[in-house]
Design a protein around this ligand. Structure first.
Ligand code: NAP
Length: 258
């Protein structure tokens, strides 16, 4: 019996999980991406691109495609799709598994200024001009337009449309993982005074946190959005835990069908 799995992706975890499961004959896998990345990373897995039209649309898709398990492996800051996943899983009666990497935790030596939103991060920037390393994703630059006095070093996966007000900026395009030595060198070269980042978590981009600690640079860190009904479904922290959970679920479906 093949178990049908829909993976909401947009993260490395989503991609890796899709690639692993597609090589396992117990599963029929479809991976769903929003389609915002200009150069999506090719996968060997069946893909669908674009939104479902809200929770109802996602629920309809789950029913039409006879999906056995919905996996939400979207980014921790992609709150709308995660909320839709919760609602759709309830509407369609389809089990939900969330793959949520752990947030970074403050360590001795870190100079963190935690904030709840991007706007609050902007408010933390000093009035006088500073050299700011901005690692918030290319869709999240607009709030910084109100502080054009700063020089922004913007690291992104895809080249962004930078708001016109942010005249003093430089772009670094890169997917990671980055090393701590690389990021220390980058911050030194650009004489960075302050780092602004979302608390995305994960090993691939933790280097900026470690580099800031090493150089004693303050980090304005945006906390994750709180998901309503986060207790619906199961949550695991890694791809390997997700594979174990899905394996156990597959076994229980087999047991029930005999
Ligand atoms: P969002 O605000 O939660 O989602 C906006 C809408 O995009 C959703 O309502 C949904 O449209 C559609 N969507 C999002 N992810 C989708 C997926 N995997 N498959 C199909 N439709 C999807 O998300 P966002 O913050 O704009 O992020 C968009 C994508 O980029 C996500 O997949 C996320 O994993 C990835 N990403 C986000 C960040 C970030 O910082 N936010 C960082 C890295 C990667 P419908 O309502 O029409 O279904």
């Amino acid at each position: 019996m093949r178990m049908s799995v829909l993976i909401l992706a947009g993260t490395g975890e989503g991609r890796h999980l899709a690639e692993d499961l597609s090589q396992d004959e117990r599963y029929r896998v479809c991976v769903s991406i929003a389609g915002l990345t200009r150069k999506p990373i090719p996968t060997s897995v069946k893909q669908r691109v674009g939104g479902f039209g809200g929770a109802d649309g996602l629920a309809d898709f789950l029913k039409q495609e006879n999906v056995d398990v919905l996996v939400d492996a979207t980014h921790p800051f992609a709150a709308n799709i995660s909320k839709n996943a919760v609602e759709a899983s309830t509407l369609a009666g389809c089990p939900l598994l969330r793959v949520a990497r752990k947030p970074w935790e403050k360590r001795p030596g870190d100079i963190w200024q935690p904030v709840a939103t991007l706007d609050a991060a902007v408010a933390k920037l000093p009035r006088e001009d500073a050299r700011v390393f901005l690692s918030v994703g290319r869709q999240s630059l607009q709030p910084f337009a109100v502080k054009p006095q700063h020089h922004y070093l913007i690291r992104v996966i895809d080249p962004p449309d930078v708001p016109a007000q942010m005249v003093k900026h430089e772009i670094v395009v890169g997917l990671g993982p980055f090393s701590v030595a690389e990021d220390v060198a980058l911050f030194q070269k650009h004489r960075i005074d302050l780092v602004v980042t979302k608390n995305s978590g994960g090993a691939a981009t933790q280097s900026k946190i470690d580099a800031a600690r090493e150089l004693k640079i303050p980090v304005v860190i945006v906390d994750r959005p709180v998901l309503p009904d986060a207790n619906v479904g199961e949550t695991v922290c890694s791809v390997s835990e997700a594979i174990d959970w899905l394996g156990a679920h597959h076994a229980s479906l087999i047991k029930r069908s005999v």
